[in-house]
Design a protein around this ligand. Structure first.
Ligand SMILES: NC(=O)c1ccc[n+]([C@@H]2O[C@H](COP(=O)([O-])OP(=O)(O)OC[C@H]3O[C@@H](n4cnc5c(N)ncnc54)[C@H](O)[C@@H]3O)[C@@H](O)[C@H]2O)c1
Length: 429
């Protein structure tokens, strides 16, 4: 029996293939009242597909930066002419609009509270990856989803990408042979960079609300918009931003196994800008019948090192590279063997498959079924990144039983963090 996690939540509908909510709006012609919380780069990409699906009425848009609200309003107006109400506080947005669907596309440190608020108010949620900034936030999100019987889709759209689906079919067909090792990686070229000075808070940005539960620091244009991913107070570095996508592919193939031991090392050996995420990181994960490792270099890729991102599944019959813009390729172990290649089918902008993931989300809401990227899968993939980051900070390897860190009280304490007033850490019990 392989170690898999079936999370025990207080009132979870465990193992159910359906959810308990009444299917009031299962007809394709009925529109769901939708709000979006976090209207930046990726939120706009999601909202575009949501509107295109013809299944939603955008009743509220929420962002702590009014410049983002203006930009997304101009976009939506071009899509279908609707004029949703503006909000800068997600609590007001949810309580006033009473949404049936909420998109949460805030920076990572701001996923848990709005997602939980939305499901508690009865909305189904599409929440971005990594689901949380700390492990116990993710646990609280999972519990809230199950306790409210809501569909919660995580934005790991690669589970609905045609080439990722066919790669999984290839893996499961046995053509790669017995797989003993998987490597996930992201490599970029670059240089040391330079610090960006702090600046006045731009007009229209509520910086205190942007920081929310994270520690206070003065505004810096390198952080917002989009730069939060390079700062540990708001995100968990490349292994979390990018790694979760590839770890999710590994969990898909291994049918959601959990590792028993995690170790990570790395640091900032090159970067001299004032970001603080590791520019170099290695992590190893011990699974029952295979080893997984992660590698990223943010400034040391050479021009001939290709591909830059993805995962390699190493099997007795050859190696399968699952990538992004380069699709997937199987390299046989014998010289005369047949190389197999499949091109991707991606949408613009940004080469993604949000359209398929949104359609899957709507289908789950219509049918009352679990979505393809259900919160439990997002939780397990996010945990691999977060455990590696805890190991890196603690400088020790961690024993993990799928629920807690067993061997290290100091590391265990890093499964949560202290929130800045007035925000309360979500209830994860
Ligand atoms: N699935 C994918 O492939 C993918 C790709 C890119 C980004 N993402 C994820 O999407 C999320 C957003 O990333 P981004 O690159 O769009 O960042 P971004 O900075 O462009 O957008 C985030 C927005 O959230 C707003 N915000 C911050 N705090 C808020 C709050 N309390 N309430 C409402 N709005 C708030 C910010 O002002 C900003 O406009 C991240 O979690 C990221 O990891 C996922």
């Amino acid at each position: 029996m392989k170690r898999r996690t079936f999370i025990q939540a207080g009132t979870a509908v465990s193992g159910a293939s359906y959810l308990g909510f009444p299917l009031i709006k299962s007809k394709q012609d009925q529109k769901f009242r939708l709000v979006i919380i976090g209207c930046g780069w990726w939120g706009t990409n999601i909202l575009r597909e949501a509107v295109k699906s013809g299944r939603v009425e955008v009743v509220g848009i929420c962002d702590v930066d009014q410049r983002q609200l203006q930009t997304i309003t101009d976009e939506i107006n071009g899509w279908n002419g609707s004029k949703p109400k503006w909000y800068t506080d997600y609590r007001e947005c949810i309580s006033e609009t009473n949404p049936e669907i909420a998109i949460v596309a805030t920076p990572d440190h701001w996923h848990a509270l709005p997602m939980i608020e939305a499901v508690n108010a009865g909305a189904h949620v599409y929440v971005e990856k990594p689901i949380s900034h700390t492990i116990l936030e993710g646990r609280a999100m999972f519990n809230a989803a199950r306790q409210n019987d809501r569909v919660v889709q995580v934005g790991t759209h690669r589970r609905t990408s045609p080439h990722n689906i066919s790669a999984q079919e290839f893996l499961h067909s046995g053509k790669v042979g017995k797989i003993s090792m998987v490597k996930c990686f992201v490599n970029y070229g670059g240089n040391a960079g330079e610090p960006t000075p702090d600046a006045e808070v731009p007009e229209g940005l509520d910086w205190d609300m942007w920081l929310g539960p994270a520690p206070y620091r003065d505004y810096n244009p390198r952080i917002h918009p989009r730069g939060f991913r390079s700062f540990l107070d708001y995100a968990n570095g490349t292994i979390s931003d990018w790694g979760i996508h590839w770890f999710d592919q590994v969990l898909w193939w291994s049918e959601q196994q959990v590792p028993s031991r995690v170790f990570s090392t790395g640091g900032r050996f090159v970067k001299e800008d004032h970001t603080d995420v590791p520019d170099t990181q290695l992590a190893t994960f011990e699974f029952e019948d295979f080893s997984l490792y992660w590698e990223h270099k943010l400034a040391a890729k050479n021009a001939y090192e290709d591909p830059s991102v993805g995962c390699y599944f190493y099997g007795t019959n050859g190696t399968l590279h699952v990538g992004w813009r380069d699709g997937w390729t199987f390299f046989p172990s014998t010289k005369g063997g047949e190389k197999v290649h499949v091109e991707p089918t991606l949408h613009q902008p940004d080469d993604q498959n949000i359209r398929e993931l949104w359609a899957d989300f709507m289908k789950s809401i219509d049918e009352g079924s679990r979505p393809t990227c259900d919160i439990e899968k997002g939780y397990l993939a996010t945990n691999l990144s977060l455990l590696a980051m805890i190991s890196l900070k603690a400088g020790r390897s961690l024993e993990w039983d799928g629920t807690t860190i067993l061997n290290d009280k100091e590391a265990q304490a890093m499964m949560k963090r202290t929130y800045r007033d007035p925000w309360d850490y979500p209830d994860y019990a």
